[in-house]
Design a protein around this ligand. Structure first.
Ligand SMILES: NC(=O)c1ccc[n+]([C@@H]2O[C@H](COP(=O)([O-])OP(=O)(O)OC[C@H]3O[C@@H](n4cnc5c(N)ncnc54)[C@H](OP(=O)(O)O)[C@@H]3O)[C@@H](O)[C@H]2O)c1
Length: 262
């Protein structure tokens, strides 16, 4: 199936690892020109440099929490490729802390991350997305938005707010021809979970396979395993495709059945 992404220009924030890196590779393979950013440019370039079709890739050092830096990133994208059709807000991380362990500054930082990582790129990209005949935004979010996890108290609350905002944006930006959707992740095997595995207690001798299988069982993942970045990338790429032209204001779980809501 032709996803009609040839010659489309897509921005993916946080492209050096995990979901973002899979998205950059899949979008390049689908024919798109891709611009991606991260705070560590050296790591970003090392991760993406050998991807097929990297001649259609722009890498840029940028913290999505810095409005001026994000604006320069979007300007550089449009200067290089001449347009901007899609924005995938992927950069971020979570805060594994319960309510009683989370101090005020951590609450504020978590809300800042979840909202500014979307609002800064959207503000800079919006005029270009509106000028496209297929403008689209995809927010990479989490099942936590609908199903709070007490071990991730601030992250769950911030994710719920972002899901709510995404619906508002889908209504407000429709008049500019911009579609806005979410992908809700469960537990995906990326840098985030590998870092947590590396930080396990010294006397925990389990392999990654054993540790992640126990994690999947503990969290009640119906499919019995963590997902992989390519499984998220497929759905986000589908949503960003002009062929999904009648899809806006919705969310799709990529979570192996961990969500218990209907
Ligand atoms: N993996 C999961 O189970 C899971 C579950 C639910 C939601 N998510 C969300 O899905 C998204 C991707 O997660 P992942 O697991 O693929 O993460 P990852 O492997 O840790 O990659 C995160 C990427 O984002 C970049 N990044 C982080 N903060 C940034 C910032 N302030 N400005 C610019 N770039 C930034 C990182 O590069 P630098 O560090 O160099 O900036 C890296 O490229 C995140 O928003 C995450 O919270 C993941």
């Amino acid at each position: 199936m032709d996803l009609q992404l040839d010659d489309r220009v897509i921005v993916v924030t946080g492209g050096s690892s995990g979901v973002g890196l899979a998205l950059v590779g899949d979008l390049l393979s689908a024919g798109a020109s891709v611009a991606t950013c991260a705070r560590d440019l050296e790591r970003l370039q090392a991760a993406t440099g050998s991807l097929p079709n990297a001649d259609r890739l722009l890498t840029h050092e940028c913290d999505v929490l810095d409005p001026a830096g994000v604006s320069s990133f979007i300007d550089a994208t449009v200067q290089r490729f001449g347009a901007l059709d899609g924005l995938i807000n992927n950069a971020g991380q979570s805060l594994m802390k319960r309510f009683d362990e989370t101090d005020t500054s951590e609450w504020m930082a978590e809300f800042e991350l979840k909202f500014s990582s979307v609002l800064n790129p959207l503000t800079a990209a919006r005029p270009h997305l509106a000028a496209s005949d297929a403008g689209v935004v995809v927010n990479i979010n989490a099942v936590l938005a609908r199903q709070p996890e007490p071990r991730l108290a601030a992250t769950s609350a911030a994710r719920a707010g972002l899901l709510n905002l995404t619906k508002t944006l889908s209504i407000d930006l429709a008049s500019e021809g911009i579609r806005v959707n979410s992908v809700l992740l469960g537990l995906i095997d990326t840098g985030q979970w590998r870092r947590r595995y590396d930080q396990r207690p010294a006397d925990d001798a389990r392999s990654w396979e054993e540790w992640s299988a126990d994690l999947a069982a503990d969290r009640g993942i119906a499919l019995g395993r963590l997902g992989v970045a390519a499984e998220v990338s497929f759905i986000a790429t589908m949503l960003v495709s002009p062929r999904a032209s009648y899809v806006t204001g919705t969310s799709i779980d990529v979570a192996g059945g961990v969500g218990r809501y209907v």
